[in-house]
Design a protein around this ligand. Structure first.
Ligand code: ZN
Length: 66
């Protein structure tokens, strides 16, 4: 092996590159899965079990729990 591209980070979530994932929600530790039909975003934990709970984005300012 010669020069290989440096790996960005092991923590990088490849699913962030998916258009159906809300990056801001995912970055905040949420599932971030977006319902393409309604535009709602799942605000459950990143590794939550069960079905996604989609929340309408027009719910006001999202509480940032950083
Ligand atoms: Zn979800």
């Amino acid at each position: 092996m010669t020069s290989s591209a440096p790996r960005p980070s092991d923590a990088e979530r490849l699913d962030l590159h998916n258009a159906s994932i809300d990056e801001s929600a995912a970055a905040a530790g949420h599932c971030g899965m977006t319902d393409l039909h309604t535009g709602r975003v799942c605000q459950e934990r990143q590794d939550h079990v069960g079905s996604c709970a989609f929340v309408a984005p027009s719910h006001g300012p999202t509480p940032d729990t950083r």
